[in-house]
Ligand binder design. Sequence first.
Ligand code: SF4
Ligand code: SF4
Length: 379
Amino acid sequence: MSTIVLPPLALPENLNYIAVFLTLDCNLNCAYCINDPEQGGQRRDLFHNPDTALPPQDWIRGLSRIPFSDDLPITLQGGEPTLYWGSKGLGEILAGLPHYFDLLTNFALKPDKFARLLNGQQKKLQRDAPYPSIRVSYHPEEMERTWKGRGFEELVERCAALADHGFRVSPVKAESDVGIYMVAHPDNAVTPRMRAACKDRVPFEAKEFLGMHNGQLFGSYLYPFSTHLTAANIYPRTLNCECRTSELLLDPLGFVWGCHFYLYEAWKNGVAEREFPGLRQMDYRFNRNSDRLFANEVLRPIGHILDPDFAMDSLRQFRPCSYYGRCIGCDTKVKNNRFQSLDDKNIAHTSVEIRNIEMPPELLDHPEILPHQRKYLRA
Ligand code: SF4
Ligand code: SF4
């Protein structure tokens, strides 16, 4: 392990989310996968799942640069994060850092095994927040198949069993450390059976579906055509623009990415695993070497968490992008920031800010471009 001292990172006020994709490996193979931008339903083929992942000690070193904050947790996600490092890594990371964490999981492990994996660090997943720290995703098709028609019931039982392992479990969202979430995809119905299974036990919510289904676009987005320009055959190619993020997105090898599209697409194309060994040999000096190392890559990360020269300022630089129109919905959808800006002040937040979109003349009068969106287009 490198012994170079890593300076602490300043947490800007506008940093809204810290995500660590511990692994893109997963026990399930959902047709609508959050990591699968094209919704191809072939995630094991799409993601190369290299044997290499950043070891827990390196994550502890890198994440210890982030100042402790009681209202900005580090969110551990994937893939399925409990599978990371032979299902031993999660507890090591929790034990090695003072921070609060959120966990996005499909509850792949039985509650006893999950609790053992946490290494006595339950408190790190228990924060006073309006929503549960452990957010369990329900994937109807895969889970009903795996648990032979009682997938939702099994999930509720697994969540409820966390009460025996030091967690607060309550049907009230703000009082529970664990809750179940389902994407409100048009094919996913909330049934009376499901409502009965979670009633008075575990919070359950359906979350907005983002994307195309049978030619219809779901979700509301700040920038015109950002997610579906080519998918909906509105235009044959993506557009140029400038973009910057308000999130710290870290992939399984510690690379920092400017948005979810770049992260997923680069992993799909094997970029991170291809360039990682070279970067490790350079003591992770990404800023000094990225032009040389990534000379042949269009999809480049913007930093590495173990690079002593990495600073949060790099998230706030507008960078040119030529993939506008294939953005991932969670980056461009209109939502609250962590201060509830949309609900309280009617100020729309998006994970990325986009400007100077080079809209082709033939689309300028398209009815999907609303008057208030013209300010995002190149004059
Ligand atoms: S559980 Fe999540 S990461 Fe795994 S296949 Fe399903 S949507 Fe993808
Ligand atoms: S414009 Fe879209 S694809 Fe390009 S960096 Fe921004 S969010 Fe990502």
